[in-house]
Design a protein around this ligand. Structure first.
Ligand code: NDP
Length: 325
């Protein structure tokens, strides 16, 4: 589809030369060997056909760990190899990937070996962005950052990023990377109407450092949609044995808030999912909302959030009342 780029907006990632789609697709859930490969393949095609050029992975996505990268590699090399230069593909290392002391956290040993494994699974020569998936309290930050710098110098990643680092860790990491000559492109934090922590400091740090921001779990794993208002539907993440959302954590209190947000969304002429994504994207410093999906239709619905990104002061105040900062 040649008009794919007309349907999406692209935002500059911090003060870098790279633009990302306002909506990106993550492969944490629903792309592993336990999931339906045909649906996974059709979601990748649907996303790309709608201008979603950015696909986010990590070494451990599955289950089993590694299988989302394997499936993505199969889909990419099978159908989309000709479009590699039109895509931004990311991966990460930082959580447990293999047994022993070298398959976790943030050592140079782990990061370099893990990226080599990820590239093999995805059948790629390089990723566009490689992340330190979480800060390591034991490894010196200099070691983790210098591993990221080496990865770029080796041509195995074009840019680097960090995920779930707090504002102080972020500023320190950005300073080290800048001194090494590999600016930190982007931060990947959790951010949604129900999780506003980054408004209390991180967004400002990213602005000061000239870094972009891509928000993960913008729909709170599906809770910020209307799907759980009448119970846990079959096939939903909370209903799946290998899903990452525990139905017990969707409390009555939370659902009452979801119902209130749902009615604000309808008054705006949007689904709750669409409003939740537009809300995340309301910040000038927000580069992209990183969604997940279990069906192609959800991707189309979520991408349509871009048709109404404006919020009135009254709408924002109503959302603040339901989910205060
Ligand atoms: P979301 O908060 O977007 O939740 C995705 C889920 O919401 C889907 O699986 C689906 O639920 C539901 N959904 C999506 N779109 C719609 C829609 N339009 N209408 C109704 N329901 C919808 O994101 P994820 O939790 O999936 O996380 C997104 C990505 O963020 C991950 O894939 C990963 O790349 C990244 N991430 C990064 C982390 C990190 O530490 N850096 C941690 C976690 C995620 P259902 O399956 O029930 O249909």
């Amino acid at each position: 589809m040649s008009d794919r780029y007309e349907q999406m907006t692209y935002r500059r990632c911090g003060r870098s030369g790279l633009k990302l789609p306002a909506i990106s697709l993550g492969l944490w859930n629903n792309f592993g060997h336990k999931d339906d490969f045909g649906v996974a393949r059709s979601m990748i095609h649907t996303a790309f056909d709608h201008g979603i050029t950015h696909f986010d992975l990590a070494n451990n996505y599955g289950p089993p760990p590694g299988s989302a990268e394997e499936n993505f590699g199969k889909i990419l090399s099978g159908d989309l190899a000709a479009y590699r230069d039109e895509m931004v593909i990311s991966s990460k290392a930082g959580y447990t990937m293999w047994p022993g002391p070298y398959g976790d956290w943030g050592s140079r040993k782990y990061l370099l070996a893990s990226l080599d494994q990820s590239l093999k699974r995805m059948k790629l020569d390089y990723v566009d962005i490689f992340y330190s998936h979480r800060p390591d309290p034991e490894t010196p930050l200099e070691e983790t950052m210098s591993a990221l710098d080496s990865i770029v110098r080796q041509g195995k990643a074009l840019y680097v990023g960090i995920s779930s680092y707090n504002p102080e860790q972020t500023a320190a990491a950005a300073t080290i990377l800048r001194e090494l000559g590999t600016p930190c492109l982007i931060h990947q934090p959790s951010y949604s109407i129900f999780n506003r922590r980054i408004e209390k400091g991180l967004l400002q740090t990213l602005d000061e450092q000239g870094m972009g921001c891509i928000a993960f779990c913008p729909l709170d794993q599906g809770v910020l949609t209307d799907k759980y208002l009448q119970g846990v539907p079959e096939g939903s993440r909370a209903a799946k044995a290998h899903g990452t959302l525990n139905a017990r954590n969707i409390s009555e209190e939370k659902l009452a808030k979801v119902a209130q947000l749902n009615s604000i969304a309808h008054k705006r002429g949007q689904s709750l999912a669409q409003m939740a994504l537009a809300w995340v994207l309301r910040h000038g410093g927000m580069t992209s909302a990183l969604i997940g999906a279990s069906k192609p239709e959800q991707i189309i619905d979520s991408a349509a959030s871009l048709q109404n990104l404006e919020f009135s002061a009254a709408e924002l105040a109503a959302i603040d009342e339901v989910a205060p900062l």
